[in-house]
Write a new protein. Sequence first.
Length: 162
Amino acid sequence: MRKSLISIGLLVAVAAQARERVLWDFEWEFCRGAETSSWRAVELPHDWSIERVPGTECLFDQKYDQGSGCLPGGIGWYRKKFALPASAKGQRVFVEFEGVYMNSDVWLNGQHLGNRPYGYIGFEYDLTPFLKWDAPNELLVRANVEQPCSRWLSGAGIYRHV
């Protein structure tokens, strides 16, 4: 019995080696607010709650300043444009988010992939059914942080690796 378990473990290890993982922290764009008209380049991990809101001097949201340390929440959008080589056609492609705070929605080429209401756990989506192999692809991520949502700093956005 023990020998069988070792053999199964080796098979799993061999299968895992065939999987290619690519760090996708670069060449993202970000737009704060409901309007998606002014994108700017960002690298991940990214937390928009620690950026000053244009036109304000204070980081803390006065509306919720009750000793909780709430920073501004709201809506933030992330966008990544990418292309895949034709030679990759036939392979399954996933995107794995290590953390998006909070209430995130993800779309690929206009197709909604899903919603993740919480922000402290990783998740992934299968991109394969909606990929374009001969044209640019667009991945959109929307995070909606409603304050107060945590005792102390919760962060906002894609705050871990992709």
